[in-house]
Design a protein around this ligand. Sequence first.
Ligand code: HEC
Ligand code: HEC
Ligand code: HEC
Length: 104
Amino acid sequence: MKKIMLLLSILMFCAATAVIAVPPKKTLTFDKSAMGAVEFSGKIHKDAGFKCKECHNKDMFPKMKQGTVEINMDKIYAGELCGKCHNGTRAFAAKKNCKRCHVK
Ligand code: HEC
Ligand code: HEC
Ligand code: HEC
């Protein structure tokens, strides 16, 4: 029984660190738009100095799982989701820089 518990806790530890290790090193591709796929680089955003909570909060992207929030331009232009920052103040404005996000 003790051995099983130990094994379980090791497994859980590995699973936890695997999740934590994903985003800063990972690039997520959002490919549903006809404008071309959007590459979201965890590294660029981490290097810009953001904590996880800056985006992973109940108003933006509550879950650390791709595809749980529907992103569209109306929300972005309204200052939600990516538009919380991509508004020309905190980061480049979405309206004038389609190609910086929609790469292909
Ligand atoms: C600049 C915004 C931003 C920051 C900062 C950020 N994330 Fe994310 N993260 C996202 C977005 C957007 C998604 C996709 C969410 C969705 O589609 O619903 C995501 C998805 C994820 C995923 C799922 C990846 C997958 O393959 O499904 C994990 C895990 C994750 N983030 C962890 C983190 C951790 C840990 C941190 C802090 C080190 C962090 N994120 C910081 C925006 C951010
Ligand atoms: C917490 C603020 C924040 C959020 C939220 C955020 N970004 Fe960013 N993003 C930045 C900053 C800061 C940069 C660095 C470039 C700059 O200063 O304009 C950046 C850079 C980028 C770049 C690099 C483009 C280039 O030409 O260098 C892309 C692409 C990008 N963001 C896409 C997204 C997408 C897609 C989302 C939503 C899923 C998102 N960002 C959400 C702050 C943010
Ligand atoms: C900050 C990054 C960013 C910028 C800049 C940006 N977009 Fe987007 N756009 C996205 C993301 C993320 C999605 C969601 C894609 C998905 O779910 O696969 C999206 C979706 C879309 C869609 C499909 C959904 C909808 O709202 O109709 C269109 C069309 C679109 N973008 C056009 C544009 C145009 C035109 C521009 C420039 C005026 C632009 N985008 C600039 C990130 C961006």
